[in-house]
Unconditional design. Structure first.
Length: 177
Protein backbone atom coordinates (compact mmCIF):
# COMPACT_ATOMS: atom_id res chain seq x y z
CA UNK A 1 0.00 0.00 0.00
CA UNK A 2 1.74 3.08 -1.29
CA UNK A 3 -0.20 5.62 0.76
CA UNK A 4 0.42 3.72 4.00
CA UNK A 5 4.14 3.54 3.23
CA UNK A 6 4.17 7.27 2.53
CA UNK A 7 2.36 8.04 5.80
CA UNK A 8 4.73 5.83 7.79
CA UNK A 9 7.84 7.25 6.07
CA UNK A 10 6.73 10.80 6.87
CA UNK A 11 5.90 9.82 10.44
CA UNK A 12 9.34 8.24 10.94
CA UNK A 13 11.01 11.41 9.62
CA UNK A 14 8.93 13.56 11.96
CA UNK A 15 9.75 11.29 14.91
CA UNK A 16 13.46 11.64 14.21
CA UNK A 17 13.08 15.43 14.23
CA UNK A 18 11.28 15.19 17.58
CA UNK A 19 13.98 12.88 18.95
CA UNK A 20 16.71 15.26 17.76
CA UNK A 21 14.99 18.12 19.59
CA UNK A 22 14.76 15.98 22.73
CA UNK A 23 18.53 15.68 23.00
CA UNK A 24 19.27 19.33 23.88
CA UNK A 25 15.85 19.66 25.54
CA UNK A 26 16.77 16.87 27.97
CA UNK A 27 20.01 18.63 28.86
CA UNK A 28 18.31 22.00 29.33
CA UNK A 29 15.52 20.46 31.42
CA UNK A 30 18.04 18.57 33.53
CA UNK A 31 20.17 21.67 34.06
CA UNK A 32 17.30 23.81 35.28
CA UNK A 33 15.21 21.18 37.08
CA UNK A 34 17.79 19.00 38.83
CA UNK A 35 21.20 20.50 38.12
CA UNK A 36 22.17 17.51 35.97
CA UNK A 37 22.43 18.26 32.25
CA UNK A 38 24.93 15.55 31.31
CA UNK A 39 23.17 12.28 32.12
CA UNK A 40 19.85 13.27 30.48
CA UNK A 41 21.77 14.50 27.42
CA UNK A 42 23.71 11.23 27.11
CA UNK A 43 20.68 8.99 27.71
CA UNK A 44 18.51 10.89 25.24
CA UNK A 45 21.25 10.81 22.60
CA UNK A 46 21.83 7.07 23.08
CA UNK A 47 18.14 6.30 22.51
CA UNK A 48 18.06 8.46 19.37
CA UNK A 49 21.24 6.88 17.98
CA UNK A 50 19.99 3.34 18.60
CA UNK A 51 16.75 4.19 16.78
CA UNK A 52 18.66 5.74 13.89
CA UNK A 53 21.01 2.76 13.51
CA UNK A 54 18.19 0.21 13.61
CA UNK A 55 16.07 2.22 11.16
CA UNK A 56 18.99 2.58 8.73
CA UNK A 57 19.85 -1.12 8.98
CA UNK A 58 16.32 -2.51 8.73
CA UNK A 59 14.77 0.24 6.62
CA UNK A 60 12.13 2.80 7.57
CA UNK A 61 9.27 0.50 6.50
CA UNK A 62 10.38 -2.41 8.68
CA UNK A 63 8.20 -3.28 11.64
CA UNK A 64 11.25 -3.47 13.91
CA UNK A 65 12.09 0.12 12.91
CA UNK A 66 8.64 1.29 14.02
CA UNK A 67 9.00 -0.59 17.31
CA UNK A 68 12.48 0.76 18.08
CA UNK A 69 11.86 4.35 16.93
CA UNK A 70 8.63 4.52 18.92
CA UNK A 71 10.24 2.96 21.99
CA UNK A 72 13.18 5.36 21.74
CA UNK A 73 10.81 8.33 21.73
CA UNK A 74 8.98 7.01 24.80
CA UNK A 75 12.30 6.38 26.56
CA UNK A 76 13.33 9.95 25.79
CA UNK A 77 10.13 11.04 27.54
CA UNK A 78 11.21 8.88 30.49
CA UNK A 79 14.55 10.71 30.42
CA UNK A 80 12.69 14.02 30.69
CA UNK A 81 10.79 12.72 33.73
CA UNK A 82 14.16 11.69 35.19
CA UNK A 83 15.64 15.12 34.35
CA UNK A 84 12.85 16.68 36.43
CA UNK A 85 13.46 14.38 39.41
CA UNK A 86 12.85 16.25 42.63
CA UNK A 87 11.28 19.19 40.80
CA UNK A 88 7.67 20.19 41.44
CA UNK A 89 6.91 19.64 37.72
CA UNK A 90 8.11 16.04 37.66
CA UNK A 91 4.60 14.63 37.95
CA UNK A 92 3.34 17.07 35.30
CA UNK A 93 5.99 15.88 32.84
CA UNK A 94 4.29 12.47 33.01
CA UNK A 95 1.54 13.88 30.79
CA UNK A 96 4.10 13.84 28.00
CA UNK A 97 3.91 10.03 27.97
CA UNK A 98 0.27 10.33 26.91
CA UNK A 99 1.02 12.99 24.30
CA UNK A 100 3.92 10.97 22.86
CA UNK A 101 1.77 7.85 22.71
CA UNK A 102 -0.86 9.81 20.77
CA UNK A 103 1.80 11.10 18.35
CA UNK A 104 2.86 7.50 17.68
CA UNK A 105 -0.58 6.88 16.22
CA UNK A 106 0.84 8.59 13.12
CA UNK A 107 2.68 5.33 12.36
CA UNK A 108 -0.68 3.64 11.67
CA UNK A 109 0.55 0.45 13.33
CA UNK A 110 -1.47 -1.08 16.12
CA UNK A 111 1.37 -3.44 17.05
CA UNK A 112 3.64 -0.45 17.70
CA UNK A 113 1.02 0.98 20.06
CA UNK A 114 0.95 -2.32 21.96
CA UNK A 115 4.76 -2.48 22.18
CA UNK A 116 5.11 1.11 23.34
CA UNK A 117 2.31 0.75 25.89
CA UNK A 118 4.28 -2.17 27.30
CA UNK A 119 7.43 -0.04 27.42
CA UNK A 120 5.55 2.66 29.35
CA UNK A 121 4.11 0.10 31.77
CA UNK A 122 7.47 -1.60 32.36
CA UNK A 123 9.21 1.75 32.88
CA UNK A 124 6.70 2.81 35.51
CA UNK A 125 6.47 -0.54 37.25
CA UNK A 126 10.19 -1.31 37.43
CA UNK A 127 11.29 2.18 38.44
CA UNK A 128 8.44 2.51 40.95
CA UNK A 129 10.13 -0.25 42.94
CA UNK A 130 13.80 0.12 41.91
CA UNK A 131 14.35 3.90 41.87
CA UNK A 132 10.97 5.48 42.73
CA UNK A 133 12.19 9.09 42.81
CA UNK A 134 13.11 8.83 39.13
CA UNK A 135 9.40 8.40 38.41
CA UNK A 136 7.42 10.12 41.15
CA UNK A 137 8.42 13.09 43.32
CA UNK A 138 7.02 11.51 46.49
CA UNK A 139 8.63 8.15 45.81
CA UNK A 140 6.96 4.78 45.26
CA UNK A 141 3.23 4.90 44.61
CA UNK A 142 1.81 1.66 43.24
CA UNK A 143 -1.73 3.03 42.93
CA UNK A 144 -0.46 5.95 40.87
CA UNK A 145 1.24 3.42 38.57
CA UNK A 146 -2.09 1.60 38.26
CA UNK A 147 -3.90 4.88 37.48
CA UNK A 148 -1.35 5.73 34.77
CA UNK A 149 -1.66 2.20 33.39
CA UNK A 150 -5.43 2.55 33.10
CA UNK A 151 -5.06 5.84 31.22
CA UNK A 152 -2.47 4.29 28.88
CA UNK A 153 -4.73 1.28 28.27
CA UNK A 154 -7.70 3.50 27.39
CA UNK A 155 -5.58 5.68 25.09
CA UNK A 156 -3.93 2.65 23.51
CA UNK A 157 -7.32 1.08 22.89
CA UNK A 158 -8.50 4.11 20.94
CA UNK A 159 -5.20 4.34 19.04
CA UNK A 160 -5.33 0.65 18.15
CA UNK A 161 -8.88 1.04 16.87
CA UNK A 162 -7.91 4.18 14.92
CA UNK A 163 -4.86 2.49 13.41
CA UNK A 164 -6.79 -0.58 12.34
CA UNK A 165 -9.59 1.57 10.89
CA UNK A 166 -7.20 3.77 8.91
CA UNK A 167 -5.25 0.74 7.71
CA UNK A 168 -8.46 -0.88 6.48
CA UNK A 169 -9.61 2.34 4.81
CA UNK A 170 -6.30 2.61 2.96
CA UNK A 171 -6.47 -1.06 1.95
CA UNK A 172 -10.03 -0.62 0.64
CA UNK A 173 -9.03 2.51 -1.30
CA UNK A 174 -6.13 0.69 -2.93
CA UNK A 175 -8.33 -2.27 -3.84
CA UNK A 176 -10.90 0.09 -5.40
CA UNK A 177 -8.29 1.52 -7.80
Amino acid sequence: MEKLQEIRANAIKALFVIMAVHIPLSAIAGHFASGDAVSPLIASAIFAVIAFVVCRAAGPQAQISRFIVASALILQVAVLVYAFRGHEWQIDIHMYFFAALAVLGALVCWKTIVVVSGVIALHHLVLNFAVPYWVFPEGADFFRVVLHAVVVIVEAGVLIWSSKSLYQTLANAETAR
